[in-house]
Design a protein around this ligand. Sequence first.
Ligand code: XIL
Length: 459
Amino acid sequence: MNPRIPRRRSLLLSAAAAGAVIAASVAVVGTAEAASTLGASAAQSGRYFGAAIAAGRLGDSTYTRILTTEFNSVTAENEMKWDATEPQQGRFTYTNGDRILNQGLSNGAKVRGHALLWHAQQPGWAQSLSGTALRNAAINHVTQVATHYRGKIYAWDVVNEAFADGGSGARRDSNLQRTGNDWIEAAFRAARAADPAAKLCYNDYNTDGINAKSTGIYNMVRDFKSRGVPIDCVGFQSHLGTGIDSTYQANLKRFADLGVDVQITELDIEQGGNQANIYGTVTRACLAVSRCTGITVWGIRDTDSWRTGANPLLFDGSGNKKAAYTSVLNALNAGGTTPPVTTPPVTTPPVTPPTTSSPPPAGSGCAATVSLNTWNGGYVASVRVTAGSAAINGWTVRVALPSGGAVTGAWSATNTGTTGTVAFRSVDYNRQVPAGGSTEFGFQGTGAGPAAALVCTAG
Ligand code: XIL
């Protein structure tokens, strides 16, 4: 695949923006020594500095030395994509994704998950699906992968590159888009249900300034926020050419003002006269926007880059620091605004009020309430199990499904049967619920949701 580098004007950020950076840096003078690595200097203002990494390169000692020294966040370059994690439908392979995860976690780094749904790098079986079958497969994929990595991912790119290039500001045509315009919100809701602790991002390219494409995305995010669709962040890939749009920082800021974090997720900049300067400009733009929580470069050395010949990264093929590296480090050490501490979910759940519930437990025993996120042909159900006046040790929730409906997956519970009345039984880690306490499990299904109140039995 070729990188898509748009035509750009070579303009630096305005003097006003530069002034804001200087003013903000005054606030941190005296609070910290200049740090000597990218991760440590970003951490001084509460941010991360990450790299996309490839499992196949982890045996290269120069690569891992730079990785563990310089970066405090990692993204899997390919290993968590749909084709890598679900090569056959319903058969999940996490070996390489887990290697990236463990490389990051064992090094104290954040891990960005990339990417749950995308029109590219789909397994062959998904490429040939359409309609409800594809929608259900896609939501199942989101649920399964986000559940596998539950509690370990800092931020997920839930949906990648769903908007068209050019002046339309519209969605890109794809098999996913043809399942219905609500596919993106269905994916975000399923991701939230599966991993409530991860920040959920929309990620795209050619959004490096205020333009028709970024405005289309801006309008979607504004709509999601107004309707309570769970979205926490927007990723700006920033695969840049030899210039940078003068509205780069203003664009980050307008998204942040919608109440989402922003992140630079795949930064690489074509080598040319301005490479070091543009790296500095992008870094300062992030530092000037308080909700810009971090920057990720898309590879470590120029020879690791997907943009063959562009030499777009911070280290040369021998692992030496380039001028661009120094420019980024100096910008990070100059300091900036500090991101607010936000913990997802930052939107207001639930989107759909509980649709069916059993009465609250009056005495001992338990009750179960369900909240549904539905789409045409399927749903994701989140169930809360609440103990009554006595602690319980094990629970079973029975769910009556309408005829034609079936359960296609469950998390934090094991189900007996998939049609008719389906019993969901507690698993080891959520068996014990203290008096008055509660725990959650979920399932997804085809057809309409539960047809009657859920029945909870303790013991
Ligand atoms: C690229 C990888 O770097 C390549 O190794 C792979 O062959 C194709 O994908 N936008 C994205 C990334 O979101 O996943 C892409 O990564 C680069 C463009």
